[in-house]
Design a protein around this ligand. Structure first.
Ligand code: ASN
Length: 535
């Protein structure tokens, strides 16, 4: 999110109707044409002097300067016909999306002037229709006509123009009464008061007072330079069913009949509904017929936390429309220890740039900690969070190093299956295999060897001294894991003596016998466990 630079910002204002431009005819309000002409007469919406001095064409309006060296120029595109928004349908919203698409490259941002009755629906629809949006789109309207003495329309429209002209907030937003909301989170809550909208489950993206405060963490980030995609083929046969206590199954059955293809079902609390078998059966049968059911709580705040019937939970957030359930409700097993709670917290972070940066910085270390503890649940959670388990921590270690060191065969298997490189060296030059040898984990050594791990020439050479030390201490188990890892047990130590020499000199007969049994079989092959007593 950045404040606009440059001296001129061009906006397209698409005027679709609504009270803001209405006139009274025979005692009732009807949509009124000629909004641009009205705006031209209002100094807060048009600086005629500037327009004349700069030879701006007739269709361009220019706001008085908001900052000393910046001008917001805008063109009002009046739709034909104009609507009371109660009459708007998907077809009209598709036309708005297509208008934005047609003019996308010409303008810095877009304002959609819309009736308030269905503005929240429009904002929601547009948010899904406009994929990869990189520019600000703001819907606004009014409770009173803009030319009325006491009207909210002037402030709302001016605010929308300023937000779209001065800020890059690449979302479909709704501006009303000094607040900029994410459009698909809004609902109209008052038929008369100027504070007509609220966003109960997400704070405003920006608030306007003496200063403009933008809630940067909430603003969605644009990924890369993907082109705008406009989805104009929208399914019409989608219904909304609000459950209520005692709702008859027969009524639900009637509702679910073709042509219905999808249903948003408003449930109680955190996604619950009656558990009557006949009702559940209707839902089950409908999902089996291919009907898509989205479970949405009718509570104004909180989230759905249970999947109540097969196939009814839509879990992918597309345009910031979803509030994720609290992590502890999703993954109780993560709550048992500090590591799990840390990952839960990461999972719960909003998708801001700062949050992403924090996650990326912490994830390799967290993954290593989880792998070292053999905590598959946390590792899995990190994968779901988008963590690349092949990334290295501050020591250059991958989670495979950590799992190998900790001796966790299941974690090693998971990481190997996830494609983590078996032969990565950390900053000390250690491989997962060497750490497994040092930790004496024969099961893990076997898995790593099967996956193609081998000790480097340097590791093999340096093993000589360690082998002599083990032979001196009669540490058969220590020698066996080196053998299993492919070390040459005849490798001499720093003084030229081999482990066999040392064992003989120390009188460690079991070690001598073991080493002699390997003579002729020295090399990098994995012996059968039965020739390795104690493994
Ligand atoms: N009926 C009007 C509309 O939605 C209400 C308004 O704009 N305030 O078009």
């Amino acid at each position: 999110m950045a404040r606009a630079v440059g001296s001129e910002r061009k906006l397209l204002a698409v005027y679709t109707g609504g009270t803001i431009g209405m006139r009274s005819e025979l005692g009732v309000l009807v949509p009124g044409t000629g909004l641009a002409a009205i705006l031209r007469t209002l100094p807060m919406f048009h600086d005629e002097e500037h327009a004349r001095a700069h030879g701006l064409s007739e269709d361009i309006l220019v706001l008085p300067p908001a900052t000393p060296n910046q001008r917001i120029l805008y063109t009002v595109l009046e739709c034909q016909p104009l609507f009371d928004s109660s009459d708007m349908t998907i077809a009209e919203w598709v036309r708005i999306a297509q208008t934005i698409e047609r003019h996308y490259k010409e303008y810095h941002g877009f304002v959609v002037i819309h009736g308030t009755d269905t503005m929240a629906f429009a904002a929601s629809m547009l948010s899904f229709m406009l994929e990869n949006l990189q520019k600000t789109v703001v819907l606004t309207g009014a409770q009173m006509p803009i030319h009325a003495l006491w009207s909210d329309g002037r402030e709302n429209l001016l605010g929308a123009l300023l937000m779209a002209g001065q800020y890059v907030i690449p979302e479909v937003c709704l501006f009303f009464q000094n607040q900029l909301f994410r459009g698909n989170r809004t609902t109209k809550v008052d038929a008369r008061r100027f504070a007509a909208f609220c966003s109960p489950n997400l704070p405003p993206l920006a608030t306007v007072g003496a200063d403009v405060t933008v809630n940067r963490e909430l603003v969605r980030k644009v990924g890369g330079k993907a082109e705008l995609v406009v989805h104009s083929s929208m399914e019409q046969d989608v219904g909304l069913l609000r459950l209520y206590p005692g709702i008859p199954a027969a009524l639900v059955r009637a509702f679910l009949q073709p042509p219905l293809k999808g249903m948003v079902m408003e449930t109680f609390g955190s996604g619950n509904g009656p558990t009557k078998p006949d009702l559940l059966q209707e839902l089950q049968m409908a999902t089996e017929r291919g009907l898509v059911i989205v479970n949405c709580t009718h509570c104004l705040q909180g989230a759905v936390t249970t999947d109540y019937a097969a196939g009814m939970l839509l879990t992918k957030d597309l345009r910031g429309e979803m509030t994720a359930p609290l992590v502890e409700e999703c993954r109780p097993s993560l709550q048992g220890n500090a590591l799990g709670r840390g990952v839960s917290w990461l999972l719960g972070l909003s998708g801001s740039q700062e949050a992403d940066a924090l996650r990326n910085a912490l994830m390799p270390s967290l993954a290593c900690a989880a792998a070292h503890a053999g905590n598959l649940e946390v590792l899995q959670a990190l994968v779901e969070l988008g963590s690349d388990l092949g990334l290295v921590d501050f020591n250059g270690q991958t989670p495979l190093h950590a799992a190998a060191q900790g001796g966790h065969a299941e974690a090693v298997t998971m990481l190997l299956q996830g494609g983590v490189d078996v032969n990565t060296r950390d900053t000390d030059g250690f491989s997962p295999l060497l750490l497994a040898v040092r930790g004496r984990h024969p099961g893990v050594i076997g898995l790593l060897r099967e996956a193609g791990a081998s000790l480097s020439t340097q590791e093999l050479e340096e093993a000589g001294t360690e082998l002599c030390r083990l032979a001196y201490r009669a540490d058969l188990e220590g020698l066996q894991v080196w053998w299993q890892a492919g070390a040459d047990l005849g490798q001499p130590g720093y003084d030229g003596h081999s482990a066999l020499h040392v064992a003989e000199a120390a009188g460690n007969l079991a070690v001598v016998a073991f080493l002699q049994s390997l003579e002729g079989a020295v090399g990098a092959q994995v012996p059968c466990p039965e020739v390795l007593p104690g493994v």
